[in-house]
Design a protein around this ligand. Structure first.
Ligand code: PBG
Length: 340
C-alpha cells in the first residue's frame, strides 16, 4: 500500500512523543509577559500536533532584560536573543521562541541552528496609545512639542516626518511596565507607540483605546511602515535535531515564511545595524502569484529617506531588488550616518 501523508506525519508524532517521554520538550523563551504568552502559544501548537507531548517552558533572561539603560550603549548584536541561542546550542532547550523583529540582521545565526518555523503572521500595525486620563486619541491632536515614548529609531524617524515638533524619547522595560508609566505620568509622556501584536498578546488590545497607524501615506496623517519581521514568531532549533526540525516544518506558515525571507534578504543586503531606521513589509499580491515588498531607510530625524518597492514571484529576489534600489538611491549614506 502506498504511504499516505497521514501515515508519515503520524510516524513523526510517534518519534517525537517517544523522544520526549523521560524529559519534556523544553521551549526556551524570554520572561516578559509577552514572551511567556508566545511560548505558551507555541507549547499549545506543539501539543496539538503531537497529542500527549510534554512540554516545559524554560525562562531565560537576556542582556536586554537585565539592562535598564539605553540598549544602544551595549552596541546591539542580538541583545534579545544571545542567551537563548546559547541555551539552544548547549542543549538546555530544544526550541527557542523569538520575535523575528528582535532577531538581528547583521549577525549570523549561531552555528548548528536554524529557524524551522515561522508562525502565521499577526497584525503588523504600530499603534499610538495615550495616558488613560488624557482626552487625546490621535497623534495629530497632540499639542506642539508633546513628549512621545518610543525606543525604536524606525518609529522616531517616521513620526518626525509628519510631526517634526514632537519630542520623542526612549522608554525601556516590558510592554506592561511601559503602559503603567504612560498612565501614571512618569516622565510626562503624552503618547506612546507600540506594536498592536504585542498589545494583543498581553491581553491589552481590547482593554484600552488606541490609534491604529496606517502603513501608507495618506495626506497629513501619521503613517508608519513596520519593522522587518514584525508580527512574526520564529521557532529555532538545532539543525541536527531531525524530529524537532520536521515537527517545526509542519507548524510553519508558507506565506509568512516567504514574506519574512523577502524582508530579511533586504535587511541583510542593506547591512543594517540595530540603530538603523529601516522599515520593510512584504505581502502576497491579491492574485497570489507574486510577493510585493516595500522598504524604507531613514536618517535619524526622518528629514531624509529613500523608499522602494518590488513585485516578484520569488521572495528572495523581491528582497534583493528592493535593497538594490534603496542602495542606488543612497541608503548606505543614511545608514552610516546613524551609526553610534
Ligand atoms: N521590540 C520589542 C518587541 N518585539 C516584538 C514586539 C511585538 C510583536 C511584534 O511586532 O512582532 C515588541 C513590542 C513592540 O514593538 O511594541
Amino acid at each position: 500500500m502506498p504511504t499516505t501523508d497521514t501515515t508519515t506525519t503520524d510516524a513523526l508524532a510517534q518519534v517525537v512523543a517517544q523522544r520526549f517521554t523521560d524529559t519534556p520538550l523544553r521551549v526556551g523563551t524570554r520572561t516578559s509577559p509577552m514572551a511567556l504568552w508566545q511560548a505558551g502559544h507555541v507549547a499549545d501548537l506543539l501539543a496539538k500536533r503531537v497529542p500527549g507531548l510534554r512540554t516545559e517552558l524554560v525562562g531565560i533572561e537576556t542582556t536586554a532584560d537585565n539592562w535598564p539603560g539605553d540598549l544602544a550603549e551595549l552596541g546591539g548584536k542580538g541583545l534579545f536573543t544571545k542567551e537563548i541561542d546559547r541555551g539552544l546550542m548547549a542543549g538546555q532547550v530544544d526550541v527557542a521562541v523569538h520575535c523575528m523583529k528582535d532577531v538581528p540582521g547583521d549577525v549570523p545565526l549561531p552555528p548548528g541552528t536554524a529557524f524551522g518555523a515561522y508562525l502565521t503572521r499577526d497584525d503588523v500595525h504600530d499603534v499610538a496609545l495615550f495616558p488613560a486620563a488624557s482626552p487625546i486619541r490621535r497623534l495629530e491632536d497632540l499639542p506642539q512639542g508633546a513628549k512621545v515614548a518610543t525606543s525604536s529609531v524606525r518609529r522616531r524617524a517616521q513620526l518626525h516626518q509628519y510631526r517634526p515638533d514632537l519630542r520623542i524619547e526612549r522608554i525601556r522595560g516590558n510592554v506592561n511596565s511601559r503602559l503603567r508609566k504612560l498612565d501614571e505620568g512618569t516622565d510626562g509622556f503624552e503618547a506612546m507607540i507600540l506594536a498592536r501584536a504585542g498589545l494583543g498578546r498581553i491581553g491589552e488590545a481590547g482593554q484600552r483605546p488606541y490609534q491604529l497607524l496606517p502603513m501608507e501615506h495618506q495626506g497629513k496623517k501619521v503613517a508608519v511602515l513596520p519593522a522587518v519581521g514584525s508580527g512574526v514568531i520564529g521557532l529555532q532549533a538545532r539543525t541536527a535535531d531531525a524530529p524537532v526540525m520536521a515537527l517545526l516544518d509542519e507548524l510553519s506558515d508558507p506565506d509568512t515564511a516567504a514574506c519574512v525571507t523577502a524582508e530579511r534578504v533586504m535587511l541583510h543586503m542593506l547591512l543594517g545595524h540595530c540603530n538603523s531606521p529601516i522599515a520593510g513589509h512584504c505581502v502576497r499580491t491579491p492574485d497570489g502569484r507574486e510577493f510585493h515588498l516595500r522598504g524604507m531607510v531613514f536618517n535619524r530625524d526622518g528629514s531624509r529617506f529613500v523608499h522602494a518597492a518590488a513585485w516578484h514571484k520569488d521572495p528572495a529576489t523581491a528582497g534583493s531588488l528592493v535593497a538594490a534600489d534603496l542602495l542606488r538611491q543612497g541608503a548606505r549614506d543614511l545608514i552610516n550616518a546613524t551609526k553610534n
